[in-house]
Design a protein around this ligand. Structure first.
Ligand code: BES
Ligand code: MN
Ligand code: ZN
Length: 499
């Protein structure tokens, strides 16, 4: 889809369909899309008559509106201005995209001039509309035959009718939104690919393809032999029950001077999590192909940074393995020596994410990172704690927490700070190793996992994101969401100086 900016007035836009956002019972002082009086009258009459509704997310079609060059209007309800929030804007945009894509139109326009309000200026509208329309046209047909594949949408372009100021400055916003949207499609494609295709070697190949595509990226893949030599035994232990060899994938992005310390992004890349010998129950086990969403997200982030030519250095590390039961699999009670030198008793082979991450987190210290962020579908307990709308993050670094909260808010990719409760370390006591990989009880499982990771992150500033609840959807809309890529890109673009 092609996105563009224009300063044409709504009545003289050249398109098949014009989206007109309207507030409910708008007062004169409320922000409103600038409309010629004749069109405003038609709209008001229809609203008064109750033929159309301006409740939030309501989509109403008006045809044959002769007063505009575009005779088809999609009147998009935003609800009362007093109750308006950025989240509601996103919901309304998603509803508009869904409705519009059901029509056979090819060119649409969205009227924004005059709409700007607190927290939702024209730039935010451009960004969120681009993400909403891009996501609505996303399809994953790689494994469908022609018969069952979703039909390609007819919509080819969306043009934003903005103020003269935004016409001058908005292209940068649009470029950012498009790079982010494309990054999200990249993450979704990788995460949606089933585990019989998406193996650690496959992810490595995807990372090597990025290296070929962007001169600012360089990829290195550590094999089993190399990892053995270095001592990444926890990561290797997780992968040893599988026919698929584990890989540590490292992608470096250079957008600043060589000496400038990189931001490290570390991702959990379990291409399938059966639980291993501590095997999972069968219900919804297919969703464990999404257990590599952390890895997909960090690769998506570094790709997007390269596309945007961000003026920073980044290193993305994906810790990839398949967690399988098998003749060579790790067993409860086995002890491994991690790269850090600390030993871990593996009491439950299903707590494997923390094992691949602990070695990747130790490994990343060699890059002398300014900040380390890790992303992992780490615990079911995280989903219990915050549900499926917010990621949870853990850090003891106040400035970093503020920056991450701000980035989450600005990108509308919401997150919530969770506590790192140091005393939980006592629950990881082991009679046979330095500590165990699980606690003897279920309580506070997301925090327990974070405390485990904290044993490996003493040498740098660090935050851990548990994305088990937000990385993918279950049920009828099953599929990867590519979250929290919007938060990460917002952080990388605006907050790396502050903290
Ligand atoms: N990949 C799972 C976590 C998960 C669960 C992600 C549900 C998405 C949805 C992880 O490897 C796991 O199995 N964690 C265990 C830890 C437990 C054994 C301490 C869990 O959460 O049950
Ligand atoms: Mn597991
Ligand atoms: Zn897992």
């Amino acid at each position: 889809m092609h996105f563009s900016l224009t300063h044409n007035a709504p009545q003289s836009i050249d398109a098949d369909c014009l989206i007109l956002p309207v507030f409910k019972d708008a007062k004169a002082k409320d922000p409103q899309v600038k409309l010629p009086s004749k069109v405003a009258k038609i709209l008001n009459d229809q609203l008064q008559l109750g033929n159309i509704s301006s409740d939030c997310g309501q989509v109403n079609w008006l045809f044959e509106v002769k007063e505009c060059t575009v005779s088809r209007l999609l009147v998009l309800g935003l609800g009362p201005f007093k109750e308006f929030t950025s989240e509601k804007a996103v919901n309304a945009l998603q509803a508009a995209a869904k409705a519009l894509l059901q029509k056979p139109y090819t060119r649409a326009a969205l009227a924004l001039d005059g709409l700007a309000s607190d927290g939702m200026d024209e730039h935010q509208w451009i960004e969120q509309a681009t993400l909403a329309f891009h996501a609505a046209t996303y399809q994953f047909n790689a494994f469908k035959s022609e018969k069952t594949a979703a039909k390609k949408p007819t919509l080819k372009s969306l043009s934003y009718a903005v103020s003269s100021d935004t016409l001058k400055t908005g292209q940068k916003t649009l470029d950012y939104a498009l790079a982010l949207a494309e990054g999200m499609s990249f993450v979704k494609d990788l995460a949606n690919t089933p585990s019989n295709y998406c193996t650690p070697a496959y992810i490595a190949k995807v990372a090597q393809d990025l290296d070929k595509k962007y001169t600012s990226l360089s990829t290195q893949v550590l094999s089993v032999t190399e990892m053995k030599k270095l001592g990444l035994n926890a990561l290797l232990a997780v992968g040893q029950g599988s026919r698929q060899e584990p890989k540590l994938i490292i992608v470096e992005y250079k957008g600043a001077k060589k000496a400038s310390a990189p931001i490290a992004l570390v991702g959990k890349g379990i291409t399938f999590d059966t639980g291993g010998i501590s095997i999972k129950p069968p219900a919804t086990m297919d969703e464990m192909k999404f257990d590599m969403c952390g890895a997909a997200t960090v690769l998506g982030a570094i790709k997007t940074a390269a596309a945007l030519k961000l003026p920073i250095n980044i290193v993305a590390i994906a810790a990839c393995a398949e967690n399988m039961p098998g003749g060579n699999a790790i067993k409860p009670g086995d002890v491994v020596t991690t790269l850090s030198g600390q030993t871990v008793e593996i009491l439950n082979t299903d707590a494997e994410g923390r094992l691949v991450l602990c070695d990747a987190l130790t490994y990343c210290a060699r890059y002398k990172p300014k900040v380390v962020l890790d992303f992992a579908t780490l615990t079911g307990a995280m989903v219990v704690a915050l549900g499926t709308t917010m990621s949870g993050f853990f850090t003891d670094d106040e400035a970093l927490a503020n920056a991450l909260n701000a980035a989450g808010k600005k990108s509308l990719d919401s997150t919530w700070r969770m506590p790192l409760i140091a005393s939980f370390k006592d629950d990881l006591k082991s009679n046979f190793a330095d500590f165990a990989n699980i606690a003897p009880h279920r309580w506070g499982g997301a925090i327990e996992a974070a405390i485990f990771l904290a044993q490996f992150t003493q040498d740098y500033r660090w935050a851990h994101f548990d994305i088990a609840g937000i990385a993918y959807l279950s049920g009828a809309n099953k599929g990867a969401t590519a979250r929290p890529l919007p938060l990460i890109m917002q952080y990388l673009q605006h907050y790396t100086d502050e903290c």
